[in-house]
Design a binder for this molecule. Structure first.
Ligand SMILES: Nc1ncnc2c1ncn2[C@@H]1O[C@H](COP(=O)(O)OP(=O)(O)OP(=O)(O)O)[C@@H](O)[C@H]1O
Ligand SMILES: [Mg+2]
Length: 265
C-alpha cells in the first residue's frame, strides 16, 4: 500500500517536473524568438536609416554639382556674350583716336560701337533674366509662372495649359522660386526627352494640402530604370521639393507621358 502511494508521488513529482521543464523551455524559446526578431527589426531600421543618409548625401552632392555647373555656364555666358562684345567696343573706341580718320571711317567705327554696346546690353539682360526672371521678383509667382507658360506657348512647339486655384503669398518668394525652377526643369524635360506637344500644370488644394499636378503627353520613360536617374534635373527637383517641405511622386511608362505630383507647405 505504502509503495503504491510512493509510486504515485514519484509520478506526480515527475509530471510536475516535466511540465515545469516544458514551461521553462517554452519561455526560453519565446525569449530567444523575441530577442532575434527584435534584433532583425533593429537591423532593418538601421539599414533604412543608412539608405536615407546615403540618399541625402547624393542629393547634397547634386546640389553642389549643379551650383558648379551653373557657375560655369554663367562664366561662359559672360565671357562669350559680354566680354567679347565689350572687347570689340574697346578696340573700336581706341580706333577713334587714330589721326586723320575720314568721315566714313569715323561713321563705321561709331556704328560698330553702337551695335556692339547694344548687343552687350541685350545679352546682359538675357543672362540676368535667366538667373532670376524680373517678373517673378517684381510681380510674384503668379505673374512669373504665367510668363513662363507664355514663353513656351509662343514657341508653338507645345501647348501648355495652366490652371491655378491657389493664392501665392508674395512674402514667400524664395519658396516659390523653387517651384518655378521645378516647373522649368519639368517643362525642359517634357520637350527635350518626351517631345511632348501638350502639357498641363495645375495648382490646387487636395486634402488640405497645396499640390501641383504636372502632366505631359510625351514619350514617357521607365521611372525605375537606373540609367534614368543619372541626370541632375530630377535629383534637383527632389532636393527642391524637400526644401519646400513637400513630397513627390512620379508616374510614367514608356509612350504614355509623364505625371508628376508634388505638395508643398
Ligand atoms: N518628361 C519626360 N519625358 C520623357 N523622359 C523623361 C522626362 N523627364 C525625364 N525623362 C527621362 O529621365 C532622365 C533623367 O532626367 P533628368 O532631368 O534628371 O536628366 P537630364 O534631363 O537627362 O539631364 P539634366 O537635367 O541634368 O540636363 C532623362 O534623361 C530622360 O530619359
Ligand atoms: Mg533634365
Amino acid at each position: 500500500m505504502t509503495s503504491i502511494i510512493e509510486l504515485e508521488n514519484t509520478q506526480i513529482i515527475n509530471a510536475v517536473f516535466f511540465i515545469l521543464l516544458a514551461f521553462a523551455s517554452m519561455f526560453l524559446i519565446l525569449v530567444l524568438f523575441f530577442y532575434f526578431s527584435r534584433k532583425k527589426i533593429v537591423q532593418i531600421e538601421v539599414d533604412k536609416k543608412m539608405l536615407e543618409i546615403e540618399h541625402q548625401k547624393e542629393l547634397l552632392e547634386s546640389v553642389i554639382v549643379t551650383q558648379e555647373e551653373e557657375r560655369q555656364r554663367i562664366a561662359q555666358d559672360l565671357h562669350d556674350d559680354i566680354s567679347s562684345k565689350l572687347n570689340v567696343v574697346s578696340i573700336n573706341t581706341h580706333l577713334l583716336r587714330t589721326p586723320n580718320l575720314t568721315v566714313e571711317e569715323t561713321n563705321e567705327i561709331t556704328s560698330n560701337i553702337i551695335n556692339y554696346t547694344q548687343n552687350a546690353l541685350e545679352n546682359s539682360r538675357r543672362i540676368a533674366h535667366n538667373l532670376l526672371p524680373p517678373v517673378l521678383e517684381k510681380f510674384g509667382f503668379n505673374a512669373g509662372i504665367e510668363e513662363l507658360v507664355e514663353e513656351y506657348n509662343s514657341t508653338k512647339k507645345v501647348k501648355v495649359v495652366l490652371k491655378n486655384e491657389l493664392v501665392f503669398d508674395k512674402a514667400k518668394f524664395q519658396k516659390h522660386l523653387h517651384i518655378f525652377r521645378i516647373l522649368q526643369e519639368l517643362l525642359n524635360n517634357s520637350i527635350k526627352h518626351g517631345k511632348a506637344t501638350e502639357v498641363s500644370i495645375q495648382f490646387t488644394n487636395l486634402d488640405d494640402e497645396k499640390v501641383c499636378i504636372y502632366k505631359d503627353n510625351g514619350k514617357g520613360f521607365d521611372v525605375d530604370k537606373t540609367s534614368n536617374h543619372k541626370g541632375l534635373g530630377m535629383r534637383n527637383i527632389e532636393s527642391r521639393i524637400s526644401f519646400i517641405g513637400g513630397a513627390y511622386s512620379i508616374d510614367s511608362t514608356p509612350n504614355e507621358g509623364v505625371k508628376v505630383i508634388f505638395n508643398f507647405k
